[in-house]
Design a protein around this ligand. Sequence first.
Ligand code: GLP
Length: 233
Amino acid sequence: MKIVINEKHEINKLVSNEIIRLVKSNPKAVLGLATGGTPLGVYEELIKDHQENQTDYSQVITFNLDEYYDLEPTHKESYHTYMNDNLFSKININLDNTHFPDLNNPESYTNLLEQHRVDFQILGVGSNGHIGFNEPGTPFESITHYVTLAESTRKDNARFFNSIDEVPTKAVTMGLNDIIKSKRIVLIAFGANKAQAIKQLVDGAESENWPVTILKRHPYVTLYLDKEAASLL
Ligand code: GLP
């Protein structure tokens, strides 16, 4: 596992440059996409590059990690809306090539992922070590499935809603066994509240109590950390 500790803006540049290089060399690249605060800077760099250099996303295929179960896709905090607002509407992606977990048939998403193996997966991490919405205790063999969100996750995400009561309690997420099949994984972590999860990943043993530690099994992972997220290493 390669570890890069750098300033946020440098990390956003490094990760977006890797995605741009991939899309240029393989116009049909399959990208695994994350939501939350962490990847926003990367998406901004992709948009800037698209405006300046017309990098072509018309054939790129995307799979998002997760979606809230009890929000309409048009809700302002749904991950559909997040992706449209923060990336899809600002590049020339074909929305037919963008995918989210099927809220009525989660397993079908795993089948789809088997047909289109993800070339590049971008990940954030929850303060409790979740990836996607795979909360602590999720089996490493899990495929796309329904989840009940941990209270700590609902608290972490309350900043996007008017109050914690509005934060959904359920979601559908790509499973850990889906995520680990990506050819390349880049995990970004910013801030001291991610430091414990990063320490478990780097220095701890594989454990379903810290879902992120499944990445120890993957041959081609890079962690991009700011100083705060790396502070316990
Ligand atoms: C969210 C998402 C994850 C994300 C994580 C961290 O709940 N489901 O995909 O990586 O939690 O979020 P943030 O980047 O806002 O810290």
